[in-house]
Design a protein around this ligand. Structure first.
Ligand SMILES: NC(=O)C1=CN([C@@H]2O[C@H](COP(=O)(O)OP(=O)(O)OC[C@H]3O[C@@H](n4cnc5c(N)ncnc54)[C@H](O)[C@@H]3O)[C@@H](O)[C@H]2O)C=CC1
Ligand SMILES: O=C1C[C@@](O)(C(=O)O)C[C@@H](O)[C@@H]1O
Length: 304
């Protein structure tokens, strides 16, 4: 038996979270640090619950002695209405993926943006962050764009196949970062804007096992561009492989996945995670998945 101060209980609320690698990442890091931590996926689909149940699940988690939760699709915005306190960045971003449960209160944070930010610093320390083209302005893309602007990007070209989405995000981000220039762009404009850019960030599902291929004409990439992908299943997406082959400096999507987990681990446990160790474990987990997929491709799960 132990109380909330002696051991740590964490959950992940969202749809389709059973294949998530965040629970094993937290548990292994805690094991190595000699901390007792259990991390349970709480899958809305398995529980046949709607996204709106997130408030009830927060209350249940508090009653059952959870120390914290990660929150994912489709609850990152819905959860805002159930919090007692929210970090400035999460409030500005309008999305929460980490909730601390302290003294019966719910405190929201966002480690998607901070995780991408630290990934960029660790994985591409010398990247010039002046002008960036970002493909994909959905949920993860919003956090990434916020991180890029916070990291000092001055000109961000936001490309999405859904022009209304790109326009809406660009307007929101432009208000949050008034000294930056954030412009919605179409895929047809890529050939005009890529040669002006220092780097490319990819935040669409293209490149995942279920959506193979390249998100742009690879001829638009020059060796001087840096390239950050956030897709991590597989870890070496076609974009990552072809960009590397061209001589571009590359950041794979695993860096962000580890970054968000490491930052949430620190918020929830109060202990710093060893990011290199967590990444090594993450790569092991991905390799196990890849080996299983090679044996039985039809069983490959379509997660992140
Ligand atoms: N590394 C990490 O920690 C994480 C990685 N991901 C990855 O990021 C991907 C995107 O996730 P979300 O933003 O949650 O998805 P989402 O569905 O909210 O957004 C994807 C956006 O990409 C746009 N899009 C699709 N094809 C496009 C194309 N060819 N060119 C330009 N835009 C295009 C869509 O219109 C949409 O706005 C996921 O598929 C997953 O692989 C997601 C979450 C975390
Ligand atoms: O969106 C994501 C991905 C995630 O749900 C996962 O399954 O690893 C974990 C969340 O903390 C993060 O915000």
């Amino acid at each position: 038996m132990s109380n909330r101060a002696e051991s740590v209980l964490v959950g992940l609320i969202g749809e389709g979270v059973m294949p998530s690698l965040t629970p094993p990442m937290h548990e292994r890091e805690a094991d190595v640090q000699g901390l007792r931590l259990l991390y349970r996926p709480i899958d809305l689909l398995e529980l046949a619950l709607p996204a709106a149940a997130v408030g009830d699940l927060l209350t249940a988690a508090q009653r059952l002695g959870f120390n914290g939760l990660n929150i994912t699709h489709p609850c990152k915005q819905l959860v805002l209405g159930h919090l007692d306190e929210i970090s400035d960045d999460a409030a500005r971003l309008g999305a929460v993926n980490t909730v601390l449960i302290q003294d019966g209160r719910f405190i929201g944070h966002n480690t998607d943006f901070s995780g991408f930010g630290s990934a960029l610093r660790d994985g591409l320390p010398d990247a010039t962050l002046g002008r960036v083209v970002q493909l994909g302005a959905g949920g993860a893309g919003s956090a990434v764009a916020y991180a890029l602007l916070k990291a000092g990007v001055t000109t961000l070209d936001l490309v999405d196949v859904d022009p209304a989405r790109a326009a809406e995000r660009a307007a929101e981000l432009g208000e949050l970062f008034p000294t930056a220039v954030v412009t919605p762009r179409t895929t047809a404009e890529l050939s005009d804007i890529m040669h002006l850019a220092d780097g490319l960030v990819h935040c669409t599902p293209i490149g995942m096992a279920a959506h193979p291929g390249l998100p742009l004409d690879i001829e638009l990439l020059e060796p001087r561009h840096w390239v950050a992908d956030i897709v991590y299943r597989p870890i070496d997406t076609q974009l990552v492989r072809e960009a590397r082959a061209k001589g571009c400096k590359v950041l794979d999507g695993g860096r962000m996945a580890v970054g968000q987990a490491a930052d949430a681990f620190q918020l929830i446990t109060g202990r710093e995670a060893d990011r290199d160790r967590m990444r090594a474990h993450f790569l092991e987990l991905i390799a196990v998945e890849d080996a299983a997929a090679a044996r039985a491709p039809e069983l490959t799960k379509a997660g992140h």
